[in-house]
Design a protein around this ligand. Structure first.
Ligand code: HEC
Ligand code: HEC
Length: 391
């Protein structure tokens, strides 16, 4: 998303002067009208369906309304897009041709593609295309078919390939290097600084659940939920809002601001999303209990993964070397350090560490054993991994 044309429309502010009341008889002066009510935004709908006006990027610049009309549902599912079964009229899937792009357009018209909001004209032409938070932060339960089911808001979209999706835009036709970088990211990853600093170093898409009482969000603890939501909506999704961050040299203004007034609703919704409980049978409870004792004792994990959310982010951040993490991503951010990741729903969102360098929880434990010289026996390692699965 480098070098986007400036998307901002500078609107002239009109100043309104309320002329003074000519009637000086205060007894007869009517009470001033109450201020107009603050608009109320539905928290769930904002998270699921609001594009914040990012059609300015996805339609006007990336021309994604044209791209999507050529993509079959089969291909869309293959790049990790999901279909919301509850938005489908009964029986429609039995007859739908999943190899025909016209079916994609029909699904868009039904508002059934998770994280995408498109307008379709009467003749079947897609006239606008925008994305929502749900694109990267929702999954479906596959209850109808793989990729088709009931929404699971807040779940990390672990098989979505945002880089590949972006790269299909004709905007990159004359930018083969950028297109190749986007295509190198792979499923479940995205780089939210690439369009500013040009470094391609994607991170794992994080879940947006289980964040209540976690003071700082993102792998590097950039700020509270609303700070990051505004950052992403404005600087990544292309939403029409105001976001100013001198430390990253970002200053974007939009009038009207379609992001800022919705931040409280987004915050409320994200804080309502609890991490999924690991399904029965997904871990061995007795081994997990032994692992819990190690976690809080010999293995020393609780020193940083403390409290009900398993993080000390409310008080401190850590240098990359403390946990043997790749320092590059942190150097690109404001804090330059890593947040102790809150441990929640771990089974839902492999791989682990910000850059996904560990495929499994056993790999994470092995890593800690090495960098922290824990001297864990094999059985202790597997107990600790079982405990992590239970979180
Ligand atoms: C293109 C994919 C994408 C979209 C769209 C997106 N995000 Fe994210 N989100 C990410 C990635 C990648 C991260 C991890 C970045 C980091 O931690 O440095 C992330 C991190 C987060 C976090 C921090 C999670 C944590 O553990 O601290 C929150 C909260 C969040 N996103 C909410 C949102 C909201 C709300 C929206 C809509 C305004 C949104 N995201 C849109 C990809 C996306
Ligand atoms: C010095 C503080 C510290 C200690 C001690 C510590 N961690 Fe961490 N942990 C972190 C930080 C910081 C990260 C983020 C690293 C990254 O994303 O690159 C992290 C990430 C993780 C993750 C990955 C979570 C995810 O969603 O990607 C797991 C799992 C984890 N730690 C488990 C443990 C276990 C088990 C122990 C004990 C053996 C432990 N940690 C000890 C600070 C710590």
């Amino acid at each position: 998303m480098k070098n986007y044309p400036v998307l901002l429309l500078t609107l002239l502010l009109s100043a309104f002067f309320v002329s003074a009341c000519s009637d000086h008889d205060s007894a007869r002066t009517p009470a001033p009208p109450p201020p107009p009510p603050e608009p109320v935004f539905d928290p769930q709908a904002t998270f699921r369906y609001d594009t914040f006006g990012d059609e300015a990027l996805w339609t006007d610049v990336l021309r994604y309304h044209e791209v999507v009309a050529t993509i079959s549902p089969e291909t869309a599912l293959a790049v990790g897009l999901k279909v919301d079964a509850e938005a489908l009229p009964p029986g429609i899937l039995e007859t739908a041709d999943l190899t025909d792009p016209a079916t994609t357009v029909a699904l868009l018209e039904l508002d059934a593609v998770v994280g995408i909001n498109a307008e379709v004209a009467a003749d079947g032409t897609v006239t606008s295309f925008g994305i929502t938070c749900a694109l990267c932060h929702s999954d479906v339960d596959d209850s109808v078919a793989p990729g088709i089911g009931v929404r699971q808001d807040g779940w990390a979209a672990t098989d979505l390939d945002p880089g590949l999706i972006l790269s299909l835009s004709p905007y990159f036709d004359d930018k083969p290097d950028q297109r190749a970088e986007l295509q190198s990211w792979g499923p479940g990853k995205y780089d939210p600084y690439w369009n500013h600093d040009g470094i391609s170093d994607p991170v794992v898409i994080a879940p947006a659940y289980g964040l209540r009482d976690v003071a700082l969000e993102t792998y590097t603890g950039e700020g509270p939920v609303s700070y990051w939501n505004a950052y992403v909506a404005v600087t990544q999704m292309g939403g029409q809002g105001t976001f100013v961050e001198p430390e990253l040299n970002i200053e974007v203004h939009a009038d009207p601001d379609l992001v800022t007034p919705k931040l409280p609703a987004l915050l409320e919704y994200q804080h309502s999303l609890e991490a999924p409980v690991p399904p029965a049978g997904s871990y061995d409870p007795e081994a997990a209990e032994r692992g819990r004792v190690l976690f809080t004792g010999k293995a020393g994990c609780e020193g940083c993964h403390s409290g009900p959310r398993f993080t000390d982010a409310n008080t401190t951040l850590h240098e990359a070397h403390e946990v043997g993490a790749d320092p590059l991503y942190a150097t690109r951010t404001i804090t330059k350090r890593y947040r102790t990741t809150p441990l929640r729903g771990l089974l839902q969102h492999p791989p682990y560490y910000h850059n996904g360098e560990f495929a499994t929880l056993a790999d994470v434990v092995e890593h800690y054993d090495l960098v922290m010289n824990l001297g864990l026996f094999d059985e202790e390692k597997s107990d600790l991994a079982e405990y992590l699965k239970s979180l």
